[in-house]
Design a binder for this molecule. Structure first.
Ligand SMILES: Nc1nc2c(ncn2[C@@H]2O[C@H](COP(=O)(O)OP(=O)(O)O)[C@@H](O)[C@H]2O)c(=O)[nH]1
Ligand SMILES: [Mg+2]
Length: 183
């Protein structure tokens, strides 16, 4: 992969209710930090990060605008093959005191399966599973690309270059796919 900055740009939207930890997940992912008392009015506008998916031998650039969008609305308007991952954040609080858990892992897992979402419990505070959540979503997207699920003509969120021959041998930085990440 010498000389290649990234193979794909994947765009993620982080949605969820106020104070679930959207900004904190974004800061943890892109800046490896946790702010105990972030200013809720200070929007974290944008983040980006390069990650490697070794199984696919690909480097992906994640782009993450944080948007006050309802996950439901995103899914209604996006490509039907959109990859969504449900992130149960603040799992560190459950380790301190199990009684603080709001949703059981079983309940979340069942709901995610019914809705066709990937699922992970994470903590922006400890960093647990934050990178892993995005890596899992990226793996899912790359697998869909490899299987030809995204069609250049039909999928507005996917921009493939038109290289000679193999459509997956791509020159950066020309590609975009979409994802959303609900907390
Ligand atoms: N214990 C704990 N607190 C968190 C975690 N993520 C966010 N918070 C706190 O939850 C509050 C809301 O977080 P914020 O990122 O502003 O939520 P947003 O409104 O969804 O962007 C802040 O006080 C954060 O410090 C986490 O993983 N664990
Ligand atoms: Mg926020």
């Amino acid at each position: 992969m010498a000389g290649i900055s990234w193979h794909y740009v994947l765009k993620f939207i982080i949605t969820g209710d106020a104070a679930v930890g959207k900004s904190s997940l974004l800061i943890r992912l892109t800046d490896q930090r946790f702010l105990a008392n972030p200013d809720p009015t200070l929007g974290v506008e944008f983040g980006s990060k390069l990650i490697t998916i070794p199984e696919e031998n690909k480097v992906v650039k994640l782009q993450l605008p944080e948007r006050a969008l309802m996950a439901r609305d995103v899914r209604a308007h996006a490509d039907p093959h959109l990859t969504c991952i449900l992130v149960g954040n603040k799992v560190d609080l459950c380790a301190d005191d199990g009684a603080r858990r709001q949703v059981s892992t079983d309940e979340a897992e069942i709901w995610a399966r019914e809705e066709g979402l990937l699922f992970v419990e994470a903590s922006a505070k400890s960093g647990q599973n934050v990178d892993a959540a995005f890596e899992e979503a990226c793996r899912d997207i790359l697998e869909k690309i490899r299987r030809g699920v995204f069609d250049d003509d039909r999928s507005p969120g996917v921009k493939l270059s038109k290289p000679a021959g193999n459509g997956l041998t791509l020159d950066p930085p020309t590609h975009a796919s979409s994802s959303c990440c609900g907390t």
